[in-house]
Design a protein around this ligand. Sequence first.
Ligand code: C2E
Ligand code: MG
Ligand code: MG
Ligand code: MG
Length: 279
Amino acid sequence: YAAKAAGSQLMVYRAELDERADAAVRLGADLRHSLDDGDFRVVYQPIVELSSGRIEAVEALVRWHHPVRGPVSPADFVPIAEDNGLIVELGEFVMRTACRRFATWRRELGADAPRYVSVNVSARQLREPGFPDVVAGILAECGLEPAALLVEVTETALFGGGTAVHAVETLHRAGVLIALDDFGTGHSSLGLLRTVPVNVLKVDKSFVDEITAGGGRAVIVDALIHVSKGLGLRAVAEGVESAGQAVYLREIGYEYAQGFYFGRPVTEPDFVPLATTFA
Ligand code: C2E
Ligand code: MG
Ligand code: MG
Ligand code: MG
């Protein structure tokens, strides 16, 4: 009887899995239509210098307004776009949109403009032959020097070496800056920091969350600022939501941070690329 019950449980589970796979396939097909119909937008979130409140960099984040479902989170559709390969075209759209926008801010603001535009790039894009050339083409088209671009990659994307690491090396050689995103949560290996050229560590929000709003001690953010400084890298603390966290991070040596406390990701008319109130 128990075995029979377990068996039917398994069938329910199988059915759920099939449903989820179907939903992913449907969403994947919708992605294709939405790319053609222009249902994607790019929003921008500030990365702030903690000593001054100045916006050092701007991270571009993709948004999908599904024609029927409305907003769909990138956490839900980016993995699907990676699986079906559409991330290559979508990623190029994000890169071009963000670089153009950044070039415009520079023309408008001159020396007051943020210094970098930061764009997320997935493993699938890095493995695409000619990806570094596509990036170089976009930079040239926008009149930006390679050192104005930060490419955010995850440890997991680089795990195991291969083409993805090779692409990162090529970009780095061309002068593009490399950031390790969500640092500490992927296939983490500190050895990666010795074998892959990296300029910036983005310390994951889950570690920043350990700092209580009142500024209580957090072991991993403490340790990672030492790792980062010891290796001559710049560190950005992700997901800062309170003044207490920001103050704590500054006190232990973080120079840069990002999070809802400083600014949520917003569309370009709402983004003021100047300074935040934190200092
Ligand atoms: P990520 O690159 O680590 O981006 C940070 C995410 O955390 C963003 O979520 C941002 O809205 C959110 N965030 C920022 N500050 C805070 C905070 O203080 N509190 C909380 N709770 N959240 C905060 P979003 O935009 O939903 O993106 C999720 C992930 O999807 C990104 O994580 C990135 O891995 C991926 N993604 C987004 N845009 C792109 C893209 O254009 N290309 C690729 N390949 N991946 C993207
Ligand atoms: Mg990122
Ligand atoms: Mg991140
Ligand atoms: Mg993240």
